[in-house]
Ligand binder design. Sequence first.
Ligand code: SAM
Ligand code: SF4
Length: 326
Amino acid sequence: MSAGPLKDSFGRSMDYLRLSITDRCNLRCVYCMPEGQSGPSSQLELPQIERVLRVMGSLGVKKVKITGGEPLVHPDIAQIVHLAKNVPQIQNVTLTTNGLLLDRLAEDLIKAGLDAVNISLDTLDPSRFQYLTRRDHLPEALAGLDRALGSGSLAVKVNCVPTATSPFEDLLALARLAKDRPLHVRFIELMPIGLGLGQTRLDPEKLMALLTEAYGPLTPVDRQLGNGPAAYYSAEGFMGKIGFISAVKSCFCERCNRIRVTPDGYLKTCLHMDRGLKLPLDDEANNDAALAEMIQKAVWNKPASHLFHKQDEGRGENRLMSRIGG
Ligand code: SAM
Ligand code: SF4
């Protein structure tokens, strides 16, 4: 079957799928997931995932980011990576994880063909980690980071979501990981979605000034690194780069190339808007060609941009980020 490519009515092409395979998680980050699970949890099963990947590949998707919830709590995670890597059109399969289970699973994930891993880490301070994630698991997260780096075969990025209350020393210590280790550190601007609405974001310009004061001038990097909209900078003496993903401050929707599938099988055409389609993944009456056509129609109607600045008017997403996958 060859149905692609996947285009929207604004001329943008979608070749990047963020596949959120479960909304369960072993942390409870304060800006992402409440302590108590509200409503039943959802998880995509292997046959559903296989179908999504096959049809998305036929529609021109080349890159897949597996996310959650925490993707490593899905019992079939290595098989899911393997499935994705075996779709002929899909060239790049990566994961975003809190890293807690990475020490245990890295070997299987690498064998399955995983290309890269993004590890979400907001602090290196144990008590602050406990406050931010409501769990006392910093050692496991750091072991996961070490294992990923030690593997030698995974590209590693660290993602941090700073807030207005993040101690500056935490952010400097995280940035410093890119000085001593072969990884990039990216600062993701807090988005007003789900529990993020109850937190105050840190202005990326303020953070940039802080980093410059501590580590000297940050020089913009011209070439594109990775799949995403991050703006990268190099600092003198750093092995890796520092990246900023500032979706609120600098909207990059006009370059958007991504679509999402949530753990309940909903094709989400915009991170912030409830626009898309519940995919009939278990419905035998809809063959792959019919499913591909439905996806094409939904993507054609992808919104032009997020409405973060109109969130106060109730325009935007009501799902938790732990259900969307970031
Ligand atoms: N559990 C995995 C992890 O933490 O990487 C994957 C799922 S998590 C939802 C994906 C990313 O979304 C993480 O980097 C997390 O920090 C980020 N995130 C969660 N809530 C956010 C918010 N309100 N604004 C910006 N990023 C957020
Ligand atoms: Fe879990 Fe990731 Fe959300 Fe933290 S950011 S609660 S680790 S899904």
